[in-house]
Design a protein around this ligand. Structure first.
Ligand code: DAH
Length: 342
C-alpha cells in the first residue's frame, strides 16, 4: 500500500468512526488515536524518512493536508457535541414547576391555648389585664398570704407538691393575686392564666398538671353584684346570650362570702344530659369577695377598698368547647389529636 492509499484509508476509517462518536470523551479518544504523539498521522510522518528525498515535499504536503482535514472534522464535531451536552445538562437541571410539593406541616395552637385566647379576649374586652406568675412558688404566696396559715385544714385538700419546706409547685393561680396586690395600688383588674400542680391521679377527669385562670378586681365600692355581673357577661360573651350563671354558697379561705359558680350546660342548654349528669348545669368556677384579711395581708386598706376574685379551670372549658371526652388527650401530645385544631 503506498502512502496515498494509506492516507485515504486512514481518513475513511476516521469518518466512519466519527459517526459512532456519542460524547466528548469518545471524541477525545479518537483525536488521540489519529493526531496524538503516537497517533496514526504522526506515525505516517515518521515513514517520510524512508522516502527518496525528491518525493519528500509532495508526500509531506499530502500528510499535512490529511492532518488538517482530520483536525477540522474533529473540531467541528467537538463543537456540536459541546452544544448538545450543554443543552442536555440544562434540560436535566431544569426545575419541574408542575411537580407536586411535599406537604409542609405548619404548627397550630393547642386546644387549651385556643380556649384561653377566647377567654382572654372576653376579659381584656372588659378592661382586665393578663398577668403571669411563677409555677415554682413560695409557700408565702401560695398559702400564707391567702389566709391559709400552716396547719390550716384546707391545705391538705390541695395535695401539694413540695420542692422544699417553703417552696411548692403552685396548687392554684391565686398566688398571682397576692403578688399583684403587693406590687400595685388599686384599682386592680387582672386575669392570671397558667399551669398549676396537684398530686392527683391521671385519668379522664384528673391530671397532676392542669390549667387555671384567676381573676381579681379591687377598687372602692366593688360588690358581689359586680362579681355576678362580670361572670354573667363573661359566660354570655364566651358562649351565647342564652347561657345563665348560678351562684351556690361555698367556702374558700381567701374569699368571704364565697360561691361556686355554674353555667347553663353548654351541651344540652339546660335540658339535662350526660355531660351535666342530668342537672342542666356545669360547675366551672370558684369565686367570692376577697377576704378583708387577705387585703390587709397584701397591704391594701380593707376599710377603703373591696374586691372580688374568681378562679376557673381552663381544661374543663376546653374539653366542653371542643367536645373532648378525655382530659388525658390534652396532655399526651399526640399529633393526630392536636392537628385537628387548626
Ligand atoms: N384557688 C381556687 C382553687 O384552686 C379557685 C378559686 C376560688 C380562686 C375562689 C379564687 C376564688 O380567686 O375567689 O380551687
Amino acid at each position: 500500500m503506498n502512502i496515498q492509499e494509506n492516507i485515504d484509508h486512514l481518513l475513511e476509517h476516521l469518518q466512519a468512526d466519527l459517526c459512532e462518536v456519542v460524547d466528548s470523551q469518545t471524541l477525545e479518544a479518537l483525536r488521540l488515536r489519529v493526531l496524538g504523539r503516537k497517533g496514526e498521522i504522526t506515525t505516517l510522518m515518521r515513514v517520510l524518512g524512508q522516502v527518496p528525498p525528491e518525493e519528500r515535499p509532495a508526500i509531506g504536503q499530502l500528510i499535512n493536508d490529511a492532518r488538517e482535514k482530520a483536525a477540522g472534522w474533529l473540531d467541528t464535531l467537538a463543537m456540536r457535541i459541546a452544544v448538545h451536552e450543554r443543552t442536555e445538562a440544562l434540560a436535566r437541571e431544569t426545575i419541574d414547576v408542575t411537580q407536586p410539593m411535599w406537604e409542609r406541616r405548619l404548627g397550630n395552637l393547642h386546644p387549651i391555648n385556643l380556649a384561653l385566647d377566647e377567654i382572654l379576649d372576653v376579659f381584656t374586652g372588659m378592661g382586665f389585664e393578663a398577668v403571669e406568675g411563677p409555677e415554682v412558688e413560695l409557700d408565702l404566696y401560695n398559702f400564707e398570704l391567702l389566709n391559709l396559715p400552716k396547719n390550716h385544714p384546707s391545705r391538705d385538700a390541695q395535695d401539694t407538691f413540695y420542692i422544699e419546706e417553703n417552696i411548692v409547685l403552685r396548687t392554684h393561680t391565686s398566688p398571682v393575686q397576692a403578688r399583684t396586690m403587693l406590687e400595685r395600688k388599686p384599682p386592680i383588674r387582672i386575669v392570671c392564666p397558667g399551669r398549676v400542680y396537684r398530686a392527683d391521679e391521671f385519668d379522664a377527669t384528673h391530671s397532676p398538671v392542669f390549667h387555671q385562670l384567676e381573676g381579681l378586681m379591687i377598687d372602692e365600692d366593688v360588690t358581689m353584684g359586680d362579681l355576678k355581673g362580670t361572670l354573667d357577661a363573661f359566660a354570655k360573651r364566651l358562649y351565647d346570650p342564652d347561657i345563665a350563671t348560678r351562684f351556690r354558697p361555698s367556702f374558700f379561705p381567701f374569699t368571704e362570702p364565697s360561691a361556686e359558680v355554674d353555667l347553663t350546660c353548654v351541651s344540652c342548654r339546660g335540658q339535662g344530659c350526660r355531660v351535666c349528669k342530668g342537672t342542666g348545669w356545669i360547675e366551672v368556677l370558684g369565686a367570692g369577695m376577697v377576704n378583708p384579711k387577705v387585703l390587709e395581708l397584701c397591704g391594701i386598706d380593707s376599710q377603703k377598698y373591696s374586691g372580688f376574685a374568681f378562679g376557673m379551670g381552663l381544661d374543663r372549658i376546653a374539653l366542653l368547647r371542643y367536645g373532648v371526652q378525655d382530659l388525658r388527650l390534652m396532655f399526651e401530645g399526640d399529633m393526630r389529636f392536636l392537628r385537628q385544631f387548626r
